[in-house]
Design a protein around this ligand. Structure first.
Ligand code: SF4
Length: 343
């Protein structure tokens, strides 16, 4: 079974021309993920995380988008590949689990038909064989009575069952890369935990690389190996989950930790929302994009003038952050003001 980095992203930029100016949805992001590993991309709406994931699927090819940098899946650079090449890869080499299965599943076709047709796009098999495969996949993702359930329509499934069906559809062609965009946000906490467990089990079985897009650091601590925190279209912190959760370096990550209920955290903790709103990607503030919301910003000063680059934290296993605060100052603030999340 192959190992090594399966997805490699280098200095990816995705900019959109609009009547009001250039929207820099992704503005120079780099990361990689190996098969069998999960990278979580974390950030609020408008951080650029979803555009990054849609670009992995080659869905950036609109007339208004300009994409540069490299995004290699296997040995194909998605940025420079022909749309036809990327279309053939979609579903087989990489597939997506969406937040809302109701919008991703067709209401007029049975669940079994939708999964079997997804299979037949990439396999020359008859309808019966594809149907058998669909029933097997429904069984594998924990749908009871899969042969009967395969004949039902999306509205006849509960929210958690629909999400399981969509996972079955995403995995039916055994893809090497799965992109899960907020896969549990619409579900209650118990079903959310079941779906996350299922994703972990399936990853062990299929040895896929998983990109998990979320705004919830509680979810990240439960399932991811590595984490990339995005803000204003750029990466502001990245590293292993253990290091980022145990010693978060960026004030934005501190804000996320203090504001999001965790699956494992103490429910009595007071949640403190991050003040203000994420910047418009049409008009990102100069210097550090987080400076209008940052309690530790040096203003006037470097935070308003110089854009911080990701820098490795000395002696912390490649963990890096983009912040002008000195490392020892960050450590002191973190230890007094940031909520701990169990990893
Ligand atoms: Fe805050 Fe300045 Fe660090 Fe940005 S660079 S996160 S504004 S302290």
């Amino acid at each position: 079974m192959s190992t090594g980095t399966y997805l490699e992203v280098e200095d990816l930029k995705v900019h959109f021309r609009t009547e009001d100016g250039i929207v820099k949805a992704v503005d120079g992001v780099s990361f990689g993920v190996e098969r069998g590993k999960t990278l979580s991309i974390v950030g609020e709406s408008g951080s650029g995380k979803s555009v990054t994931s849609l670009t992995m699927l080659g869905l950036h090819n609109t007339r208004t988008a300009t994409v540069s940098g490299r995004l290699t899946i296997g040995d194909v650079d998605i940025v420079s590949a022909k749309p036809e090449t990327v279309r053939r890869m979609r579903g087989k080499d990489m597939s997506m689990i969406f937040q809302d299965p109701l919008t991703a599943l067709h209401p007029f076709y049975s669940i079994g038909r939708q999964i079997s047709e997804a299979y037949r796009i990439h396999h020359k098999v008859g309808k019966d064989q594809a149907w058998k495969r669909a029933v097997e996949m429904l069984d594998r993702v924990g749908i009871p009575e899969p042969a009967r359930r395969a004949k039902q329509y999306p509205h006849e499934f509960s929210g958690g069952m629909r999400q399981r069906a969509m996972i079955a559809m995403a995995l039916v062609n055994d893809p090497n890369l799965i992109i899960a965009d907020e896969p549990t946000t619409a579900l209650d906490v118990t079903v959310q935990a079941q779906i996350l467990d299922l994703l972990e089990d399936l990853q062990r079985e299929f040895h896929s690389a998983i990109i998990l897009i979320t705004h919830d650091l509680g979810v990240v601590s439960q399932v991811a190996d590595d984490v990339l925190v995005m803000y204003g279209g750029r990466a502001v912190e990245k590293g292993s989950v253990e290091r980022v959760m145990r010693s978060p370096e960026h004030p934005y990550t501190w804000g996320l930790l203090n504001s999001v209920p965790s699956l494992k955290g103490d429910s009595n903790d007071e949640l403190v929302p991050i003040p203000g709103n994420p910047p418009s990607l049409l008009n990102v503030p100069p210097g550090c994009a987080f400076n209008p919301r940052c309690a530790h910003a040096m203003l006037p000063g470097p935070c308003a003038i110089v854009r911080p680059e990701l820098e490795v934290v000395p002696g912390d296993g490649g963990h890096s952050a983009a912040c002008h605060l000195p490392v020892d100052e960050r450590k002191a603030i973190r230890e007094s003001d940031v909520r701990k999340v169990e990893v």
